[in-house]
Write a protein that binds this ligand. Structure first.
Ligand code: ITT
Length: 199
């Protein structure tokens, strides 16, 4: 099965290949599929933005399953910011060292139990016959007092697991994929793909 992944984010693509398994699926980016279009993510939810991306690519792709991932970090004490604006928070070109330091700063004086946060991932699929599916995975955690770890990407260094007290940048890729928002969502969409292929 050819799958086009509607993403420009290399780290997402790496995790997607790790989770879905490159042996079984032929996963290409829209760039690799020769598709170069600008997509305006103006939805109000992760699901809406995910579908905006997969539908835009499906409109110009033939005979492929198109998947998209819209994800982000919700911090409860900050009214669920940065949320659907996670990539755009403080500007797309601002480094994650700066974004992460800023979020820690904004939680100055906030106690552990009030530092709760979650990663959310909405994965959508558009099949060649026009059918669609969208699923959501989440992982609960809290914002630490300092960045930790070299693995992962984005907000991983400040996102700590309640049970381990280490960040998702401190665990191995396999460990992260086993519990992450993206791992859960992709395993759910895999079920949808399998169901669809059996019709
Ligand atoms: P595409 O739209 O091209 O897929 P993007 O990076 O713009 O790429 P999003 O709009 O979905 O994607 O933004 C999600 C942001 O949320 C991403 O850039 C990260 O900063 C953050 N994020 C998502 N998943 C994450 C994870 O597993 N670990 C750390 N940060 C994550």
């Amino acid at each position: 099965t050819k799958i086009i992944f509607a993403t420009g984010n290399k780290n997402k693509l790496r995790e997607i290949k790790e989770i879905l398994g490159e042996e079984k699926y032929d996963i290409v980016t829209m760039k690799e599929a020769g598709i170069d279009i600008d997509i305006v993510e103006d939805g109000k939810t992760f699901e809406e933005n995910s579908l905006i991306k997969s539908r835009a690519i499906a409109a110009v792709a033939k005979d492929a399953i198109v998947l998209a991932d819209d994800s982000g970090l919700e911090i409860d004490a900050l009214n669920k910011e940065p949320g659907i604006y996670s990539a755009r928070y403080m500007g797309e070109d601002t480094s994650y060292d700066i974004k992460n330091a800023n979020l820690i700063e904004r939680l100055d004086g906030v106690e552990k139990q009030d530092r709760s946060a979650r990663f959310v991932c909405a994965v959508s699929a558009v099949f060649p016959d026009g059918k669609e599916a969208v699923v959501r995975g989440t992982i609960e955690g809290y914002i630490g007092w300092e960045p930790m770890g070299e693995n992962g990407f984005g907000y991983d260094p400040i996102f700590y697991l309640w049970d381990k007290d280490v960040s998702t940048a401190s665990i191995s890729p396999e460990e992260k994929n086993a519990i992450s928002h993206r791992g859960q969502a992709l395993r759910m969409i895999k079920e949808e793909i399998i169901k669809h292929e059996n019709i």
